[in-house]
Design a protein around this ligand. Structure first.
Ligand SMILES: [Zn+2]
Length: 749
């Protein structure tokens, strides 16, 4: 009991002390400000008319101190956006008494800061203690300003407060245009304007501080000096689900796809973790430089310049909006045949179809007065369910859609998540466009079954595809994983949200099987990735309206996932208005999907498993045989899986082609040189294009060259389409020529 009382009394004393301290502080504050206020009132009211100009001598200066904006990291902790220290130059011209001083300050400041002398001089004449001369200066300018302040105080008395440097920050994006449509940028006041910078502005921005200072001209006749400081609180940092490596891979191939296919209205690639909904990459290609977000491309500038003068401002604003637009979430489009994966899932889940169901295609179907053609005008004839998918046959899918019926179709459409925005944590997401009043006529149902007639966003399509890949669960896509405060405490972490089970696990697994078989049928043009089990579907859809007179505009897309038996990632590739040799999803988008997945899957440490037919095209790394005797070198190369050709009369290997550590197809030939004379030998590279795999192999061995195979080599009708070293080039024997293959059954859809 006594102990307890003692404790209480100790607490009481502490409280009293605290109370007294608080009162003391309050008194100082009230008296302090009071005194300043009274003096200001006196000057303004009593002596106002007389001392109007002199009133400036006593001022309360209230300055905002910017807080440091939080950093944006990728999933692996790489910095995507950060704030670097810069400074704000503030002048207190009221301290400058003579014109000679004003001119001296104006001359030096304008020179250091690259400003007009007249403008700075005008500011030196103001009767104030606070005028901003320049914002966001870098450290080299800061150094020069500090030197000038030293000179100024040496030259004149009472000049130490004339120039003040306030801390400020400048936003900086180390990867420039990487993920630009996702990250966004900030305005001149550090406020988020687009993307994550906009969406998470309140977390990133922090709390600005304040400095309140009482000042007077000669710094001596004030009753006291007072400065109140409220520290700025730095913003929180954000870690995205975006992985810089995956994003870079996707951007590299999307850029190439834009050029290869003369794409007019940009392209989209989204890669999602199908089990969590986390977005690993989101590309709107081409992006823009986040450090200079108002710089338009030369093509845009030229187009604007060609317009009549009064239209230019609007055109520039439109071009900027188009450049900043995150097409992955803001654009709506007819998904086309990619959507057949959903129609097929519905029919399967409802038990309306099975492996043996039969569908007939005579090349077209007429519903009332509406004739719908199959892309294969000759007609696919009789097909089972899988063949209908692999053929991407519209008449078959009209029959499948019919089996589902309009009511169920709408129910699944909703359940797949198409009838509302996905809710991804980015600004500007669009909603779908379905039939008026949610009503579907027989024709509407027919065209919907192959993905025409209604519009959805790329992110909606990918989310639906992910649900087929992950066992039937619709996940909520998201892009911010964690938010961390200045001290490193996690204040928000995104958990996976499953919205609903749209199709059964069994249906999903069956669909994965069909979609995997589909990719193996058309090779590169159907999304086949050597060494991996991939599922997916091509799509080509007509756009409403056209950008070029006499031509139709199309969206070429591919949507797929891997590994097909235990999916980790889904990927959508989408090109808006390709105007090159082809506009088909199979020729424009599927090859880009293959290139992206061929690099992303190994990066995700998903092991490639090559089939027997693929194995012989897999490259192995050559060992180093230089310095060994001919006999030992031959044995070593043999154990590495290579054959050898010896050139020269020497007894030791002095050089080898291909060199050590370079990649050669297993079973390739290593040329061992034993004297300098033999090293001068050259061979002429033949034409490798237009042949089968076996012809290319025998050509290579005839010429003493090695071939590395890329593209689709597994299909019986694979044909070489390009070679890395031009025909007619002089190269050393044993040099590796990379030969690319394509072909197989091309589904033009
Ligand atoms: Zn057909």
């Amino acid at each position: 009991m006594a102990k307890k009382r003692k404790k209480r009394s100790e607490k009481g004393v502490l409280q009293l002390l605290r109370f007294r301290t608080t009162i003391l502080i309050l008194l100082i504050l009230v008296l302090g400000f009071g005194a300043v206020s009274v003096r200001l009132c006196y000057l303004q009211l009593v002596n106002g008319p007389y001392l109007q100009e002199k009133a400036v001598e006593q001022q309360l200066v209230d300055t905002t101190v910017n807080s440091k904006r939080g950093t944006i990291y990728d999933a692996k902790g790489k910095i995507l956006a950060q704030s670097a220290s810069v400074w704000k130059v503030v002048l207190a011209p009221a301290y400058l008494e003579k014109d000679e001083q004003r001119k001296y300050v104006a001359k030096n400041l304008s020179k250091i800061l690259d400003l007009s002398y007249d403008d700075v001089y005008a500011k030196t004449k103001k009767k104030t203690y606070y005028v901003v001369i320049k914002r966001k200066i870098e450290s080299d300018e800061r150094e020069q300003i500090l030197k000038f302040v030293d000179k100024l105080t040496d030259k004149y008395a009472k000049m130490s407060n004339v120039i003040t440097l306030f801390d400020d920050y400048r936003r900086y994006y180390p990867y420039e245009d990487l993920a630009s449509s996702v990250i966004g940028f900030t305005g001149s006041d550090d406020q988020g304007l687009e993307g994550i910078e906009f969406q998470y502005d309140k977390y990133l921005t922090g709390t600005p501080g304040r400095v309140i200072t009482a000042r007077n001209a000669n710094q001596t006749d004030m009753p006291f000096e007072y400065e109140q400081n409220v520290e700025a609180k730095d913003g929180n940092s954000i870690t995205l689900t975006i992985d810089e490596t995956i994003q870079s891979i996707a951007e590299k191939y999307m850029k190439k796809g834009l050029v290869d296919n003369a794409v007019v209205k940009r392209g989209v690639c989204i890669i999602m973790d199908v089990n969590t909904g986390g977005i690993l990459a989101m590309v709107t290609a081409d992006g823009y430089d986040l450090n200079n977000p108002y710089d338009l491309s030369q093509a845009d500038l030229d187009a604007i310049k060609a317009l009549p003068e009064k239209q230019r401002a609007q055109a520039e604003s439109n071009a900027l909006s188009a450049m900043w637009r995150n097409k992955a979430i803001a654009d709506t489009y007819y998904p086309g045949s990619v959507f057949k994966m959903c129609t097929a899932s519905m029919a399967l889940n409802e038990g309306k179809v099975n492996d043996n169901s039969s569908f007939y295609c005579g090349g077209s179907v007429t519903i009332y007065d509406h004739t719908i053609h199959c892309h294969y005008t000759g007609g696919h004839g009789s097909q089972n369910f899988f063949q209908a998918i692999a053929n991407s046959c519209n008449p078959a899918f009209i029959q499948i859609g019919n089996l589902v019926g309009a009511e169920k179709f709408k129910k699944y459409y909703q359940a797949f998540g198409f009838s509302e925005p996905t809710g991804i944590d980015l600004p500007g997401e669009s909603d779908d466009l379905f039939f008026a009043n949610n009503r579907m006529s027989e024709t509407d149902l027919a065209i919907s079954s192959f993905g025409q007639g209604f519009s959805i966003t790329p992110i909606q399509m990918l989310t639906a595809c992910a649900s087929i890949a992950n066992g039937g669960k619709v996940v909520q896509p998201y892009i911010v994983q964690t938010i961390t405060d200045v001290d490193g405490n996690v204040i928000k972490n995104t958990e996976t949200t499953y919205k609903r089970q749209v199709i059964s696990k069994e249906t999903a697994e069956k669909m994965c099987g069909y979609l995997e078989r589909n990719t193996t049928q058309g090779g590169r043009n159907n999304g086949y990735v050597a060494g991996y089990r991939v599922g997916g579907k091509t799509g080509t859809s007509e756009k409403i309206g056209n950008s070029r007179p006499g031509f139709k505009d199309y969206i070429a897309s591919f949507c797929g996932f891997a590994p097909a038996d235990d999916a980790r990632v889904a990927c959508l590739v989408f090109f808006d208005t390709p105007t090159g040799a082809s506009y088909y999803g199979s020729q424009v988008s599927a090859p880009v999907f293959v290139d992206i997945m061929s690099e992303v899957l190994p990066y995700l440490e998903i092991q490639a498993e090559y089939s027997e037919s693929e194995k012989k095209y897999v490259d192995t790394v050559a060992g180093s045989y230089v310095g060994l005797s001919v006999k030992k070198a031959q044995a070593a190369a043999k154990s590495d899986g290579f054959t050898t050709t010896v050139k020269g009369e020497g007894s030791k290997v002095i050089s080898q082609i291909p060199s050590a550590a370079s990649k050669i197809p297993t079973g390739g030939n290593v040329v061992l040189y034993t004297d300098k004379e033999s090293k001068k030998n050259k061979v002429t590279v033949p034409n490798f294009v237009g042949y089968s795999v076996s012809t290319v192999n025998s050509l290579a061995s005839d010429y003493g060259l090695n071939v590395s195979f890329t593209g689709v080599t597994s299909s019986a009708n694979s044909v070489s389409t390009s070679q890395s070293i031009a025909e007619g080039s002089e190269v050393k024997p044993g040099t590796v020529v990379s030969v690319k293959f394509g072909g197989g059954t091309v589904v033009h859809d």
